[in-house]
Every structure is written in structure tokens, then in C-alpha cells.
Design a protein around this ligand. Structure first.
Ligand code: UGA
Length: 301
């Protein structure tokens, strides 16, 4: 099969592209290498892929001969109040609308990255997909808008609500990456609030498996949580990484961040029943893998 992957140089998109290539597929790797973080890091992620630099918010996507689109490009990060909002609108809502428009004309399926942040402070935990979405961040609102756009288009689409994904190549603004970087450099990690907030942390290999299965097997219009089995607080995660690395961390507490939910916990029964997918990588094993990557990266820059 021949698939377009947007955001192919990003954290999840690059792992997905590698797995598709390994599975014998052709990948049209699309990314415009925004400067949200160092583009050199993205180029490193995409090593081995032939990157097409297209800005989806204004350039067109050629879908001739393509069998499906994985749309992972976007402006990530839940701490999204303030002046960055036009970027969230452009890179999430506008770019996605244009991808949906092109896929709809071409009659193609789109599997796209939504987010646990569409739930906000959810009314129940574990949180099933039918829960009323009440995002508390501008980012979450743009992700929910993308889901609604797919519905409005009547698109053959699958929305995947990823829950705090981690692993090798994690974005440098995300918590585990910052912890790994602090552990390698002997620096300090800043925790927003008490650190008692918790997440359904999800290993990127599990996320890739769910994403590929969704393209192949999900019914049109499906919406799934893709979340990890182990919920952990930030302080528990810090302790685990200290133990795995054998190094102590200097932790400083800042105010709680606006847009940051207190808890996420995925109910994955829907995707388990439909696709037979469930998270397989326990947090401790996933963190060992991530630490191995982060420490090797520093040893051989
Ligand atoms: C992550 C991604 O960044 C979003 O793009 C994604 O949509 C979202 O997961 C999701 O699940 O939908 P988040 O859960 O905030 O968002 O992931 P991290 O950035 O790794 O933060 C996890 C927790 O650590 C948050 O409570 C955050 O406030 C905290 N944190 C993060 C710190 O205390 N200090 C930091 O330096 C970074």
C-alpha cells in the first residue's frame, strides 16, 4: 500500500513511518519542519525517509495513487494560551480541513491524531469515548474541532485520541524528555504544581500499532482512545526514572500550568473490542527504553 504520513518528521509520525516502511509499504512522508522545536531534531527523526516539505495550511497535497492518509501533523502542546493561538488554528484546524477536503475528493480514508485533551477534567475515570468533551486548553479545542470537521465532511476517518505518548524521540518540551535531559546534564526539572497530577502514559510503539490497525480494520467514523495501561503521577514517574538511570534529580515546583488537566485515564474497551488492540508496554519497561535512547543520544551526539 502507499500511504501519506503528515507530520512524518515528528515524534509519533516518524515512528509510524518507519514501521510502515518496515511493513513493506510505500510512505509519502510530509512535514514542513516548523520551528516549534529544533528542526534538526526532526530531520534526525526522519533519517531514512524522503521528506516532502509541504505546508498543509496553504499548499496542496497530491493524493494520486495513494491508498490512505495518516494525518499526524499539527501544533502540539496543551499549554497553549496566549499569542500562539493563531498557530494552533493554522496548523491544526486549517491544515486539517485542507487534508480532509483533499481526502474527501479523492475518496480516501484518513486516520488522524486527536488527543486526550479533548476531555478536559473528565466527568469519569477511566474515561470512555462517549464522555462529554470539555477541553480546558485552546489546543484541546482545536483538536476537538478537527474531530467535528471529520464528522461534518462525512469522511471515511478514524480519530485516535492519544494519551500522553512517550518513548524515544519524544518532543523536547514534554515531561519525560525534560526529565531525561535533566538526568543526562545534571540539571533541574521544573514540575508544574504538586506533581500529583497523573496521566495514562502511552508508549509510542503501542501507539504505532493502534494507528496501523485503525487504517486497516476500523469502521469508518470510529473514534478511539489510545491510552496506556499504567496511570502514574508525575512524582511516581520522576522516581522511576531516577531508579532506572541510577541518578538523582533536582526537582523544583512551579505554579500549576493553565490548560493542564489533573488526571487522564483511558478506557480502552472500545478499541480492544473493535481492533483487538491494548497497550502492551508497562511504564517501567517503556521508560527503560526511553532512557536507553536519551543517554545514548548524549553519548553520541
Ligand atoms: C501531551 C502532549 O504534549 C500533547 O500534545 C497531547 O495532546 C497530550 O499529551 C494528550 O495526551 O492529549 P501532556 O499530558 O501535558 O500533553 O504531556 P507532557 O507535556 O509530557 O506533560 C505531562 C505532565 O507533566 C503535565 O501535567 C505537565 O504539566 C507536566 N510537566 C511537563 C511539568 O510538570 N514540567 C514540564 O517541564 C513539562
Amino acid at each position: 500500500m502507499r500511504y501519506v504520513v503528515t507530520g512524518a518528521a515528528g515524534f509519533i509520525g516518524s515512528h509510524l513511518s518507519d514501521a510502515l516502511v518496515e511493513g513493506g509499504h510505500d510512505v509519502v512522508a510530509v512535514d514542513c519542519l516548523t520551528d516549534y522545536y529544533d528542526p534538526a531534531e526532526k530531520e534526525e527523526n526522519a533519517r531514512g525517509l524522503d521528506l516532502l516539505r509541504i505546508d498543509l495550511a496553504e499548499e496542496s497535497l497530491d493524493l494520486d495513487g495513494v491508498d490512505g492518509v495518516f494525518h499526524l501533523a499539527g501544533q502540539p502542546g496543551v499549554r497553549s494560551f496566549g499569542e500562539a493561538f493563531p498557530l494552533y488554528l493554522r496548523r491544526n484546524v486549517l491544515a486539517t480541513q485542507r487534508v480532509f477536503d483533499a481526502a474527501s475528493t479523492a475518496g480516501l480514508r484518513v486516520v488522524f491524531a486527536s488527543s486526550s485533551s479533548i476531555y478536559g477534567e473528565a466527568e469519569r475515570y477511566p474515561t470512555p469515548e462517549g464522555t462529554v468533551p470539555e477541553p480546558i486548553s485552546p489546543y484541546g479545542i482545536t483538536k476537538l474541532a478537527c474531530e467535528q470537521l471529520a464528522r461534518a465532511y462525512g469522511l471515511d476517518s478514524v480519530a485516535l485520541r492519544y494519551f500522553t505518548v512517550y518513548g524515544p524521540r519524544q518532543r523536547p518540551d514534554m515531561l519525560f524528555r525534560r526529565i531525561c535531559d535533566a538526568l543526562t546534564s545534571g540539571g533541574t526539572i521544573e514540575i508544574y504544581g504538586t506533581g500529583e497530577q497523573s496521566r495514562s502514559f502511552t508508549e509510542v510503539g503501542d501507539v504505532v500499532d493502534a494507528t496501523i490497525a485503525a487504517m486497516a480494520e476500523a469502521p469508518a467514523g470510529a473514534v478511539y482512545n489510545v491510552g496506556g495501561g499504567d496511570e502514574a503521577s508525575l512524582l511516581e514517574a520522576v522516581a522511576l526514572l531516577e531508579e532506572i538511570s541510577g541518578r538523582p534529580l533536582d526537582v523544583r515546583h512551579l505554579d500549576r500550568a493553565r490548560g493542564d488537566v489533573r488526571r487522564t485515564q483511558a478506557d480502552v474497551s472500545r478499541i480492544r473490542d473493535a481492533l483487538g488492540w491494548e497497550p502492551r508496554v508497562p511504564l517501567a519497561r517503556g521508560l527503560e527504553r526511553m532512557w536507553a535512547w536519551a543517554s545514548a543520544r548524549v553519548a553520541t551526539p
